[in-house]
Ligand binder design. Structure first.
Ligand SMILES: [Zn+2]
Ligand SMILES: [Zn+2]
Length: 228
């Protein structure tokens, strides 16, 4: 955060209203995901758990997304990426209805062992340009409710093209293939919750999960702020 930001008035990212980044009226534009889906087939599933028949070798056990990635949230996330990240997040954190996150604690009940939060990492080159990793901010944000440890055992070893710029699912998969590497020995037997800001096709989290499982992770779940 820059010093000059302290003296700038706040404007609503949705409507320009003075005094808040997300005004009371615009809070209603945030749309909570009511029904969770299986990350592989996209069909509804309880708590976002991967259907038995959809399970993959080195795959994801379940996925929970909090909001739909609508136009308003798009504006918020854009601002998170490019400016005032922590300020906007603080407001989003105050707005979110705690019971909407209760399904996350279901994960804690499901697995006997402890979970650790692993944000989807940025390549160091991109991290240097942007100055922060938005997935790490999302992880810290969720962790106010979850109280787990946020780890940094996954590295982005390949600087890939942004997935959002790629249209075909197949090309997204090729783009992200082999993008991650791990600190292997630390991950053996661990339950990991991968955290990202927005999930669209899920190819990034699927590849990250593959890398974590290869390194010995016991289970991998996905938690995202929004679903595209
Ligand atoms: Zn507004
Ligand atoms: Zn399925």
């Amino acid at each position: 955060m820059f010093l000059k930001d302290l003296f700038l008035p706040k404007f609503c990212l949705g409507c320009g209203f003075l005094g808040a980044y997300i005004c009371l009226k615009c809070q209603k534009k945030l749309s909570y995901v009511r029904r969770d889906n299986c990350v592989y087939c996209g069909k509804p599933s309880l708590y976002g758990l991967t259907h038995y028949g959809c399970k993959r070798n080195r795959g994801i056990e379940g996925m929970i997304c909090v909001f739909y990635y609508n136009n308003f949230l798009k504006k918020i996330i854009k601002s998170i990426k490019y400016r005032l990240a922590t300020e906007v997040f603080r407001e989003l954190c105050l707005i979110i209805e705690p019971e909407k996150l209760s399904k996350i604690s279901v994960l804690k009940e499901l697995k006997k062992g402890d979970f650790q939060l692993q944000p989807i990492p940025l390549h160091t080159g991109r991290l240097r340009i942007r100055g922060f990793n938005q997935a790490k901010l999302v992880a810290d944000f969720f962790n106010r409710f979850l109280n787990l440890s946020v780890i940094d055992h996954l590295k982005r070893s390949k600087n890939t093209r942004p997935q959002a710029q790629i249209k075909k699912d197949k090309d997204r998969l090729t783009n992200i293939r082999g993008a991650f590497s791990t600190h292997a020995h630390i991950l053996v037997g661990q339950n990991i919750i991968l955290v990202d800001d927005v999930i669209t096709t899920g190819s990034t989290v699927k590849e990250a999960a593959r890398s974590l499982k290869k390194a010995g992770a016991k289970s991998v779940f996905v938690l995202a702020l929004a679903r595209g």
